[in-house]
Design a protein around this ligand. Structure first.
Ligand SMILES: CC1(C)CO[C@@H](CC(=O)O)CN1
Length: 430
């Protein structure tokens, strides 16, 4: 019987409106995984996994308070689940004082890939830098070796661009200009035109993206001589480019926005595995989607509206499985030397090291795809490339950075069927 408890703590961003309230779908998703791992006789024999959690509102201060509350109250927690980047930056740094592994299902900030600051941090949510090898791969596919960057001045995009610049240098791709803006992209976009930028990587949140798109239209920085890389749908909602135009005082019409958006490319991390492949829980991603939808309806979400965090729900489900598998592995390792996981305390470095090693070695097929961590604790994930064609995104292909393999469907469209060039071609008169 599973009559003894193994306790973990959880911090979910649910309330409030700042940042990402992804706990709304991720907390119910984590509970589905708790149910599933606890119904497996072969996992954590004799023990039941128990999750004590609270709401961080995606605020680092409150997230820290929730963490202290979890750690200063019995029972001892073996690991912590975290959400937003801002909260994980705080708890990820503090966790080492308690020798605790922190596993995040919802943080994209590249800053978290720093083992000096976050020695025990892991995440099933890929870093925003996961897009960069894909962007380079596409540039090489079309022989673009002269590109530009336009970014919003936010920490997540600043550190993503630093990684992109490194990779461009390694790939001999010249960055002709890097423009950034706080909220108004007018000058930055005008500078791109002045520098004759043709292939531009754009990094900004969705409301800034609408302002950029309108400036692109006004500066005629679209059409047969330009290609824009935007961030994919995990960050932007459907038809993001045609909505909120009035309320955000955009002086471009829907038609103008759609014209400027025509044929832009997007990259995004895959968070849902292929629908029909059986995963470690026995479910396919399709089965998981149906169970999650039902769980959300039981919680009062009417069935067409999906709460924030729905896209990332597989990451939370797989995070709980990662914890269960790591604890299971640690119990086996400790049993071999006549130790027990129940001896774990916040000052017991020896058992903490076993927990870290077990998490570091975790590998399985989850509903979010293959789960494995890099030495920095980063999620290794596939990415997908899409193109906006007549107002709808079309899948162009997938990229697996581990095997450097680009699966391409040859569906891309260009004006006049001619791939835009990265510079003006001067034809010498012979
Ligand atoms: C793809 C996105 C929306 C990026 O931000 C993550 C939240 C965060 O990094 O704080 C959640 N997933």
């Amino acid at each position: 019987a599973k009559d003894r408890l193994l306790n973990i703590g959880g911090i979910f961003p649910i309330g409030g409106s700042d940042g990402w309230q992804g706990g709304r779908a991720c907390q119910p998703s984590a509970m589905l995984a708790m149910e599933d791992v606890n119904s497996r006789p072969d996992l954590l024999p004799g023990y039941k996994l128990n999750l004590a959690w609270n709401d961080s509102l995606c605020e680092p201060g409150l997230g820290a308070a929730v963490m202290y509350d979890l750690l200063y109250n019995q029972p001892t927690k073996l690991m912590l689940l975290g959400g937003c980047s801002t909260v994980c930056t705080t708890i990820g740094e503090a966790a080492k004082m308690w020798n605790l592994v922190v596993l995040s299902y919802g943080s994209s900030s590249p800053a978290l890939s720093d083992r000096q600051r976050f020695p025990t941090f892991f995440r099933t949510h890929p870093s925003a830098t996961v897009h960069n090898p894909t962007r380079i791969k596409i540039m090489q596919k079309y022989n673009w070796s002269r590109v530009a960057i336009l970014q919003q001045a936010e920490e997540v995009f600043i550190s993503t661009v630093e990684d992109l610049e490194l990779r461009c240098k390694e790939a001999n791709i010249e960055i002709v200009t890097r423009q950034s803006f706080l909220t108004d992209p007018t000058d930055a976009v005008r500078n791109l035109k002045r520098q004759d930028a043709r292939i531009i990587v754009g990094l900004f949140y969705v409301n800034a993206a609408r302002r950029v798109l309108c400036e692109i239209f006004k500066n005629k920085l679209f059409g047969k001589s330009y290609v824009w890389f935007f961030i994919g749908e995990g960050w932007y909602e459907d038809n993001w480019f045609e909505s909120h135009l009035q309320e955000e005082n955009l002086n471009c019409t829907k038609e103008e926005m759609r014209a400027a958006a025509q044929y832009h490319l997007t990259t995004e991390a895959l968070m849902w595995n292929k629908d029909n492949e059986k995963t470690i829980s026995g479910m396919t991603a399709g089965d998981f989607r149906r169970r999650l939808n039902q769980a959300l309806i039981d919680l009062g979400y009417e069935n067409q509206s999906t709460p924030v965090g729905y896209q990332e729900a597989p990451l939370a489900y797989d995070a709980v499985w990662s914890v269960a598998l790591a604890l299971n592995k640690t119990m086996e390792t400790l049993a071999a030397v006549n130790r027990s996981i129940e001896e774990f305390t916040y000052t017991n470095k020896e058992i903490a090291d076993e927990l870290y090693k077990a998490m570091n070695a975790t590998q399985f097929l989850g509903v979010s795809g293959r789960v494995a961590f890099s030495n920095d604790g980063d999620r290794i994930a596939w990415t997908q490339v899409e193109q906006m064609i007549e107002g709808r995104y079309h899948k162009l292909g997938y990229f697996d950075v581990q095997t450097d393999n680009l699966t391409w469907f040859n569906r891309e469209k260009w004006i006049g069927d001619k791939v835009p060039q990265d510079r003006t071609i001067v034809r010498r008169q012979l």
